[in-house]
Every structure is written in C-alpha cells, then in structure tokens.
Write a protein that binds this ligand. Structure first.
Ligand code: FRU
Length: 919
C-alpha cells in the first residue's frame, strides 16, 4: 500500500504538466476547403483568416487545398466531415460539382460558410465575399467611361463554370450595353490562371491586337495580358483593366501605380470576415447570412492614396502578425515557466508528502522497534527461563546420575571389606582370632550395606508418602548418650573431644526412636568423617521453655562447608565435597524429612575450615502428633545396626609383624579406616607397611619414608587422589616409586586420568586381596629389573629405558654426568652429589637404591675403577697417574680397591692388556 502511494507521489508532478497547459482543448473545429491556394489573392485570404483565428484559441482550424481540382475538393470536404468538424468554410472551385457534398454537410447539421465563389444551391448558412455581378458591372461602367463610349474590348474570364466568372461577365455586359460603340470583340476563358490566359492571348493575338482594351477578370490574368503585349513590343500597349485590387509589391494596386495596367476593381478576399462569421455561428450569436464586401475602382487618379493606405494596412497587419508571434512566444515562455512552477510546486508537495511519510514511517518504526524490543526482551526472558529450567533439569539429572554413581561406589568399600576377608579366609592360614576378627569385619560391612539399603528404602517410602511417625515418649538425654556411645572408641582413637553438653539431667521428648537414631547417626557420622584428629565434636541440648522447644546442636571443628554447600546441604541428590567420597548424599535430605515429620526444624551453619553446626528444634509435648502417630512401645531395633557399623573391628589389623626387617616398604594412602587396616593386614606379611588417612599426610610420609611402592585411594577427604599421584610423580624425591591407584570409580576416564599422571596400576573396588598382592609383587619385580638394567651401566636414553619416567631418566643422567665430570675429584661424595641434585642424603640414597639397586658410594667407586681400566688399557699413564685421574688420593688404596673388584692388580692388568694388544 505504502509502495503504491509512493509511486503515485513520484508520478504526481507528471500528471500536473498537461493540466498546466494554457491552451485548452479546442472547443470548435473549423474545416476550410479552399479551391486553390497557389495565388497571392488566396494566400491573402488565408493570412486574413489566420490573423482572426489568433483571437480565437478555442478554435482548431483544418485547412485543405484542392489545387483547382473539383473532384479533389469533394474528397477533401468528405474527409473534413469525418474529422468531426463543427463548421465548414468552403470556396468551391466550380459550383455544380461541389454543391451536393456541401448540401449534405449542411443537411447533416454542419453549418456551412461559403466564401468568394458560390455553390449552385441555397443550402448554406452564410456567404462572405464580394458581389461579383456588381464587380463586373463596375468594371464595365469604368471601361465605358474610360474608352469614352467607343472602342474594341476583349474579355478574359475565369473558369466559366465558377460563379464569379459567370456573374462578373454578366455585370460587365450589362454595363457595356449602355455604350453601343463599344464592341466586345472576343471573350476568352483564362480559367483564373495567368498561364492559360497568356497561352490563349498569344494564340489569338493577331485577331485581338487591334483591341483598345483587355478586361481580365482577375489580377493574374491582367498581368499575363500586360506580359503578352510587352513581349510583342507593341507600344503603346492596349489598355488593361483587371479585378482584385491586391495590395503589396506584387499586387495589382502596385501594377496600376506602376502603369502596368490601367485600372483594377477591388474584390476583397474576406478571410477575417469569414472566420468572424463562423465563430458567431458556432457561438450561436446573431450573424448576417449574406456578407457582401464592398468594391471600388482603383486607377491612376486614386492609386497613390489607396496604395498608401493598403501599404499602411499591410504594415499594420505585419505588425499584428509579429505581435501575435511575439505573444505566442511569450505565451510559450509563460507556459514553460508555469509548467516549471507547477513541477517545482508539485515536487515541493511531493517532498513535503514524502517528508511527512518519512516522519510517519520514523514514528511507526520507532513504535514497531519498541514493540519488537519488548517482544525480544520477552523472548530473551523466556529463553533464559527455558535455559534455567534446562540447566536445572540437567543439574537434577546430573545429580541423580551422581547419586546413583555414589550409591554404587558406596557399596564398593563394604563389599571389598566383605569379599576381601572372605578371600583371605579361604586362601590364607587363619587362626581363631583372625577368623573372628574377619567375621566381625564382614558383619560390620554387611551391616553398613544393610544401612545403605535401608536408607534407600526410607527414601522410597518418603517419596511415596508411606512412612509414618511412630512416636514414643523418651528421655532425650539418655537417648543421646546411647546414640553417642558407639562413636566413643573412634573419638578416643582420633583424639577427638566428643561430649554432650547440657544442664539437664532428664528431658522427656516425644519422638520416633528409629528415625531420630538415623538422624543423629547421620549427623555424627558426618561430623566424625570430616573432623581431623584433635578436633572437637560437641552435642548441646538446650530447652527453650518459652517456646516449648528443645534445641539439639551437633557442632564439629571439621573442614566445614562453603556458602553454596550450606545452601544446598539438604537438597536431595546434592553432595558437597564432590571430589571425595562423602557418602550417598541421602543422609541429610532424609534427616530433614524425618525432622519435618516431627514438626521440627533442622538448620545448618558452617564456615570452611572452621567447622559445622547442625541445629535440630523439636517441639515438647505430644499435641503436635496425630493420635495414630503416637505408640506405646518401640518396635524393631534398627538402632542396633548403627552400633555395628561404627563398632571397632579390633586390633587384628594392627601390625603384629610389621617391623623394619622387611626389605621392601609400601605406603597405603586410604581414608577408610577399616579398608586402610585391611590393606595393611593384607600386605604386612611381606612388606613394611606405612599408612596415611589423608592426601597431605600421604605426601609427607612418601617424602619422609621413600617407600618402594604406594597404594593410593582416589577419593580422599582433603584432596583428590589424582592430585596426590601427580605430586608424587612430579617430585624427584618420589618420582621413581610405582603407584597403584585404588578406587571405587571404574570409569574409563578416571583410569586414563590416573595413567596420565603416571600411576602404574589402577585397581577398582571390590578387589581381591590376592590380586592386590600379586600386583604389588609383579610391580616390585619389574622395578628390580629396571634397577639391574641401569645398574649394569646402560646408557640412559628415553628409547632404551623401560618403565621409567622422564624425571627419573633426567635424574639418572644428571647423577651419572656429575660423577663422570667430578671423577678426578677425591672429594666427590654423597654430600656433594645430594647438594648438586637437590635431595637429602637419605632421599638420594633411597632413590639411587630404588633405581640402581646399589648405594651411592659403591656407584662412585665402580665408576672410578671402570674408568681406570679404560685409562690403563688405552693410555701409557703410570699407575699413580691413573689413580690420580680417577680421584684416588693414594695409589696404594687404588691398587687395593682395584684388586678387590677385579682380582688382579692394576700393574698386572696394564701388562696383560698391553701384551694382548701387541699380540
Ligand atoms: C483567385 C481568383 C481571384 C478572383 C477570384 C474569383 O483565385 O481568381 O483573382 O477574384 O479568384 O473567385
């Protein structure tokens, strides 16, 4: 729509142009049929018409010239009639042939103005022209008088069938009749044309040469007569009288003036009058039907005055025409300027309209933009909401996955501690105590599994609303002491201050014993899990009498939680401390549900590295429970399970045979106490076993003890196992130690990650103790092979150094290079080397032993002696010189050491080699 409007506006100025034209569409069309247009008289007639037409712009003028041919004139009139003319002006060539077509036009309602010559009918609207009879008569009267009533006259007529010719002839004869002595000796038809008249006069000349006067019916034939007499050289010529009285230098007035002819009778053309009459007819104004134009004789007596007047008229006419032309030119300029003005105005209008449109579009655009922006904002908001929902859904899905993964991992440790002891019982020699302890471990972990399964069941029941509080009235203080009791040994063992703080000795509270047992067992398990040795775990019980409430706080000095972890602590499937194995993530949400079933509240406050406090508010009395929620006695004893789970499994796993006598040592970094001691138990028969429950402690122990092998759990409370392995492998002091990663995670990615940081083996729980033992054995054997390989002095390069890290290769290269460079220095010692390499004496000793299976001093001694062999063999240096070059300050000691190693003295060795060389 807007496009259409724009196109219209752009074209608008062009519509204006035709509308601005000064000349209106012609109101009238006048057709003019001229019998002939070639002579001066007819041209004068046409000029007169055009001058008059200039005052009538409403008239369109169609002009046709029949060239003296009547047939052609009929055709032209017909053609004009079909051109929708409003009026016909006709000057018939001949009367008879033209009459029917003119009559037809007239009868068809087209007004007809006949000029000069007439038709043979009275069916015309008006006539304009001279009275030809009068003209002929005037000429005859003048000739009679001029010839003094006596003489011979020749008459040259026009076209005999044209009305002026007939009428003039008649008038002339009527006048001449009054002069009996004037004789018309010949009448010649000149057909109005000079050429024809001349031809005929010439042909008849002999018979007419005695004529006193020639009367020619028009000016051209009069001129022709003059020329015939002049050509004959006859003087004085015959007298000549003509008709027309045309002004101008070639007209017959001039001819009279110049004496070419004697007189002429005025026959006005009537062009202006014809147009004037036609316009009056068209405008339905009164008009004269017969418009007879005056006539007069022009001869030498008046020619000067008439010529002056006609010349003046001619000049005036020319002025008028010039003026008209000028006017037309002015009009054209004016019209052009008007068109320009209209165009500019039009363009201005267009510009204004376009401006308005642009403004309108701008305002509309702004509106649309505003709407679009709003829509866009809404869409973005919706998108963000969808994104948030998708993220939440994703997080929920991930949490669920994580939850199920954690649950299955959670099963793996107790399963290891069930399957492991069974495996050991089946394969090993077992005494009574060990069987008992193994069974206790199995029982404990089977209970743990049962506990986990129960938690899942509770969760299911809660979700389906199938769980119901079975509240009894209990002494909360006594109950709490009971709940705490199984944790006491653990607290004692870890030096944790574990106590109940309250000023109440008894506090009766209604609650579901089983549920509360689970709640507090969960809270205490968590507290113990995250509280390090020498920490504090306090339980505070306060009564708020005003609110009729009791507050139980479980406060620890453990690793604490971040703000985000606090906010999500009770969220189902969410698990803080994702990096380590902290359980299922079910405990706290379940506890919250249980507390809520009691119409109580559980909240948490925590600070990272400061500790965590869980506060439980319970209502006193029993009004808040429905009758069916209150029972008289507790059924079922699920509380027993918790006791079994936290129960100490006894000293069986303590090292009875773990002494320094074992040649190889293993460090176990595992946070689960039972698993840690089970691993210790599994390995201690063959190795010296060190243990660490946390990553940091593990690292410290590894650097301090430099064991032959490390077993590291992947989930540690303080740092990722992977990080521990990476640190060990990046540290020159421990980089050579083979590491077994032990984990509940069996994902391929974790395995690859483990291998990438340099761990030698990846064992997933539950694992068989036999498999572990065999793995340890083969790793250590493999390491021994490597040791031998290097101890034998192999050149060290990445290509031929199996099972050894780049760090260790660098260490060995540096170690050998320093020794080679400093071999001549008797002060080359373990101290010097440890300073150069950046290890303590013990670490250097352990590292060299692990990698080269020998001590540092032995290695230096061997290097010195090997080089001395080479020198003795290749050079002519003396024994003393050789001893000096390989760093022996005394040649005697060199000789002793050489003999001790090779069983031959250096002197003998040198002789033997030079002999072999000469041979
Ligand atoms: C011109 C003319 C005039 C004459 C008139 C008669 O064509 O011959 O000289 O007076 O026609 O119709």
């Amino acid at each position: 729509m807007l496009l259409r409007i724009s196109i219209f506006i752009l074209l608008f100025p062009f519509f204006l142009i035709p509308a601005c034209k000064e000349k209106e569409a012609p109101k009238y069309v006048i057709g003019f049929s001229q019998c002939t247009g070639d002579d001066a008289w007819r041209r004068d007639m046409l000029r007169g018409m055009q001058r008059e037409l200039a005052f009538h712009p409403e008239v369109d003028f169609l002009y046709r010239d029949a060239k003296g041919n009547s047939g052609k004139q009929v055709e032209q009139i017909k053609e004009l009639l079909t051109s929708n003319i409003n009026l016909l002006i006709v000057s018939p060539n001949e009367a008879e042939p033209i009459t029917p077509v003119v009559e037809q036009a007239y009868q068809n309602g087209i007004p007809v103005v006949v000029v000069d010559r007439k038709t043979a009918s009275s069916f015309y609207t008006a006539y304009v022209g001279g009275n030809n009879y009068e003209v002929g008569k005037t000429a005859g009267q003048y000739i009679g008088a001029y010839l003094h009533g006596k003489g011979k006259v020749v008459e040259i007529t026009g076209l005999p069938t044209s009305s002026p010719s007939i009428e003039r002839h008649k008038g002339f004869l009527d006048a001449i009749r009054n002069y009996p002595n004037i004789q018309v000796i010949r009448v010649i038809a000149g057909d109005w044309e000079k050429k024809i008249a001349k031809q005929k006069l010439t042909a008849l000349f002999d018979s007419i040469k005695q004529a006193d006067l020639v009367f020619a019916q028009n000016e051209v034939m009069a001129l022709g007569t003059y020329e015939v007499w002049r050509e004959r050289g006859i003087s004085p010529r015959t007298k000549i009288v003509g008709i027309d009285g045309l002004a101008g230098p070639l007209g017959d007035i001039q001819m009279v003036h110049d004496g070419l002819i004697d007189a002429t009778v005025l026959y006005p053309t009537g062009g202006e009058e014809a147009i004037r009459t036609a316009v009056q007819i068209l405008e339905k104004k009164p008009f004269t039907k017969e418009n007879i134009l005056n006539t007069a004789v022009i001869d030498p007596t008046n020619v000067r005055m008439i010529k002056m007047q006609t010349d003046k008229i001619l000049n005036q006419q020319e002025d008028i025409e010039r003026q008209q032309k000028h006017n037309e030119e002015q009009l054209r300029v004016y019209n052009n300027q008007r068109i320009l003005l209209y165009t500019i105005s039009g363009l201005l209008v267009v510009a204004i309209v376009l401006g308005c449109l642009a403004l309108y579009s701008l305002v509309e655009n702004k509106k649309i933009n505003k709407i679009l922006k709003l829509k866009n904002r809404k869409i973005i908001q919706q998108r963000n909401k969808i994104q948030e929902m998708a993220d939440e859904a994703q997080a929920a899905t991930e949490s669920k996955f994580k939850f199920f993964t954690n649950i299955s991992h959670e099963f793996r440790t107790p399963l290891t501690l069930i399957l492991g002891p069974i495996d050991s019982l089946l394969h090993g020699k077992s005494d009574h105590l060990m069987v008992k302890q193994s069974l206790r471990l199995i029982q404990k972990n089977a209970s743990r599994l049962l506990w986990l399964v129960n938690q899942l069941m509770d969760f299911r029941k809660l979700e389906s609303g199938m769980i119901q509080v079975k509240a009894t009235e209990n002494d909360l203080i006594a109950f709490m002491r009971e709940v705490m009791q199984p944790f006491e040994p653990m607290a004692k063992k870890s030096n944790i201050e574990f106590k109940l703080i309250t000023n109440l000795s008894v506090l009766p509270v209604w609650f579901d014993v089983n549920m509360m047992d689970k709640v507090f067992f969960n809270l205490l398990s968590n507290a113990f899990k995250f509280t390090k040795t020498h920490g504090r775990i306090h339980i505070l019980i306060e009564q708020d009498a005003a609110l009729n409430q009791v507050h139980v706080k479980v406060r620890d000095t453990g690793i604490g939680m971040t703000e985000m972890e606090v906010n999500r602590a009770f969220e189902l499937f969410y698990q803080a401390n994702q990096d380590s194995n902290k359980g299922t993530g079910l405990g706290l949400p379940l506890s919250k549900e249980f507390i809520q079933l009691h119409h109580g509240e559980i909240t948490v406050k925590s600070e990272p590295h400061q500790g965590t406090t869980f506060t439980i508010q319970l209502l006193l009395g029993s009004q808040h429970f429905k009758e069916e929620e209150k029972i008289s006695a507790v059924v079922g004893e699920e509380g027993q399970l918790s006791k079994l789970i936290v129960a100490e499994t006894g000293p069986i796993w303590q090292d009875s045979s773990n002494n320094e006598s074992k040649s190889e040592s293993i460090l176990v970094i595992e946070d689960h106490p039972d698993l840690r001691s089970f691993l210790q138990y599994t390995l201690q028969a063959n190795y010296q076993v060190f243990t660490a429950g946390e990553g940091e402690l593990g690292l410290t122990k590894a650097i301090e003890k430099v064991p032959d092998l490390i077993i590291c759990d992947l989930m540690l409370p303080d740092m990722k196992g992977i990080k521990v392995v990476a640190s060990l492998k990046a540290d020159l002091r421990t980089s050579h130690i083979p590491i077994i990663i032990l984990t509940a995670l069996n994902g391929l990615e974790q395995q690859i990650e483990g291998m990438q940081v340099g761990a030698e083996l990846y064992l997933t729980k539950p694992f068989s103790p036999q498999v572990l033992k065999e793995s340890v054995k083969s790793l250590l054997a493999n390491r021994r092979l490597v040791k031998d390989y290097f101890a034998n002095g192999e050149v060290l390069s990445p290509a031929n150094s199996p099972s050894i890290s780049k760090l260790d290769q660098k260490f060995l290269n540096d170690f050998k290079r320093i020794i080679d460079e400093k071999l001549a220095d008797p002060n080359l010692s373990v101290d010097f080397l440890s300073r150069e390499i950046g290890l303590s004496r013990v670490q250097l000793y352990r590292k060299v032993k692990a990698l080269l299976n020998g001590n540092v001093n032995d290695y230096i001694q061997t290097a010195r002696l090997t080089k001395s062999c080479h020198l003795l063999q290749q050079t002519s240096a003396s024994i003393a010189d050789v001893a000096y070059q390989v760093g022996f300050s005394s040649s005697t000691y060199f000789a002793t050491a050489f003999k001790a190693k090779y069983g031959i003295s250096p002197t003998d060795y040198k002789m033997q080699k030079s002999y072999l060389k000469t041979v």
